[in-house]
Design a protein around this ligand. Structure first.
Ligand SMILES: [Zn+2]
Ligand SMILES: [Zn+2]
Length: 292
């Protein structure tokens, strides 16, 4: 039996909008039956205007120091708990700064022996798409409407996948976070999503079936069922992400990700190991009783 998540493990120790110590998060993952657990702390931001709200007192230097602290602690925990859980150490990207993000992300990746990278886009032109409904509505207005925002977002994710080729593609349709219940993308946007799936297929990346959306009341898990089914038809692999930001959210709602993958017709789910790379497990072999 295997149980895993590769997007999450944020902790209050190294992330201003998370809670708990990283060790607490790891111990919660062990308690909740995970066999493999990925730690993917947010990368630092390198410009003052890219700080998340609340991070101003830390500043960009503070974020860089915190990230270095994360790296040291994560690798130490990976060794310390090796007999109980396989921890994989990575980080979650930004497409920031807009002009130099690729160099910034590649130098971060090459500075440490990370096990993997989670590719995320949270902004358009340096403005957050997932922070608040008001900010996202204003951004959509400035870009010419919701569809224009969605197209800009998916264009940016395609570019990120083509150029960075991350191991895991995070919360694929994050741009619909604040859409109302029952939302679906237009035909025009679905065509762009099809292009994104082709890019993911070509890159060999694995999709993060991320339960933060359903846990927080933002509709079904990322990505929407129609997208996940299409990914399955195209032979794109899927894995799980709990997007945990502290002990309270470790594994919480991840059963929804498992259900979504089943509903999309997958018979196997992929999980990353340190020694043998990506492996696949039959759905029946995934998730111990009582977990998630
Ligand atoms: Zn976060
Ligand atoms: Zn994210």
């Amino acid at each position: 039996m295997v149980w895993f998540s590769y997007h999450g493990g944020h902790s209050g120790e190294f992330c201003d909008h998370a809670s708990s110590s990283l060790q607490g998060v790891v111990e919660a993952a062990i308690d909740r039956g995970f066999t493999h657990y990925g730690l993917s702390e947010h990368c630092p931001r390198y410009r003052d205007q890219d700080l998340y709200p609340g991070e101003e007192r830390l500043g960009t230097d503070g974020l860089i120091r915190a990230f270095d602290g994360y790296v040291d602690r994560a690798f130490a925990l990976r060794d310390a708990y090796a007999g109980q859980i396989e921890l994989l150490v990575g980080f979650e990207t930004e497409k920031l700064p807009p002009e130099t993000w690729l160099d910034a992300m590649l130098s971060l990746k090459n500075a440490h022996p990370f096990d993997y990278v989670v590719g995320s886009v949270h902004d358009i032109d340096g403005r957050w798409i997932d922070y608040s409904p008001q900010d996202t509505a204003r951004l959509a207005e400035d870009l010419g409407g919701r569809e224009a925002l969605q197209l800009a977002y998916f264009r940016s994710v395609i570019d990120m996948v083509d150029r960075l080729r991350p191991d895991v593609i995070a919360h694929l349709d994050l741009v619909r976070k604040f859409e109302p219940p029952g939302f679906s993308f237009s035909v025009r946007v679905m065509k762009k999503i099809e292009r994104l799936l082709e890019a993911i297929k070509a890159s060999g990346g694995v999709i993060d079936v991320n339960c933060a959306a359903s846990r927080n009341g933002y509709g079904p898990v990322y990505p929407l069922p129609q997208i996940l089914s299409r990914a399955r038809e195209m032979g794109i692999r899927a894995t799980f992400g709990d997007d945990s930001h502290g002990v309270k959210t470790v594994g919480v709602g991840l059963g929804q990700s498992r259900e979504a993958v089943c509903a999309a017709g997958y018979t196997e789910v992929s999980y990353l190991t340190r020694s043998r790379g990506w492996q696949s497990a039959a759905i029946a072999e995934v998730r111990p009783k009582g977990a998630g």
